[in-house]
Write a protein that binds this ligand. Sequence first.
Ligand SMILES: [Mg+2]
Length: 256
Amino acid sequence: MTLGLRKLILGLAFLSSATGLSGSPSFAGPAPKPIDFVFDLDWTLFYVLPKDTLVDDRFTFRFDDEVYRLADFVPEVLADIESWPGARVSFFSGGTTERNEALLKMLRLPDGRSAWDIAYKVLNRPDLTKVSDNPALKFSKQNKKDLSKINPNLGHVVIADDTEEFVMPNQISNQLWLGATYTFYSNENDLPRIATQYDPPSRAEWKKERLKILSVWEAFRQVYRNRDAARPADFLPAKLPEVSSPCPIWLRSVTP
Ligand SMILES: [Mg+2]
């Protein structure tokens, strides 16, 4: 290398560092406040299947004597939200600490990390807040999820949950309620002729159930698009947005 060329390279290296081109920009403003996207587990991210179900694919897990089936699109949606700058993904479930940890460690994202690896916080049954001792009330009326345990700035935290009003009374607008959720059927032709309240009452409802995590994703995207607002959580839709068909590239990750 000639001396002239060496000087040129050194000069370019100096110019690059002096202008901040190779490092982090020195003119960055204050970092935006983080936004927390929280997911319930049972009947939101996971279905409970009959105990004798064969566990033979990457969507089906066993813990103790229960068999769980991951809802469609969960790995892709979690990975996508986790990639948004300033977004944090957490889980808040009334399940036991041990079970929640096991399920989240079995739930693998497309890049191989687990949901446990990417979680900002994982809150469990002991983290619920007792609001009533009345044994006549349902579990979710006696115990509540307090989202300020995820982020005390309530304008920046939202949760998706299938149990209506499972959050503290002052946090109802922070919850995206999934509405009725149904037993998992991999094939619409398997729907029973006489449906119980837990079976999808129609093929349209079956399809909506299979796409529900994409609907959650769409709702959470509306919150994130408004991340510069004073309270992005106010942009959470009141009900689950309709999603008619999945992004084609994601279809490949779904069992038939
Ligand atoms: Mg649930």
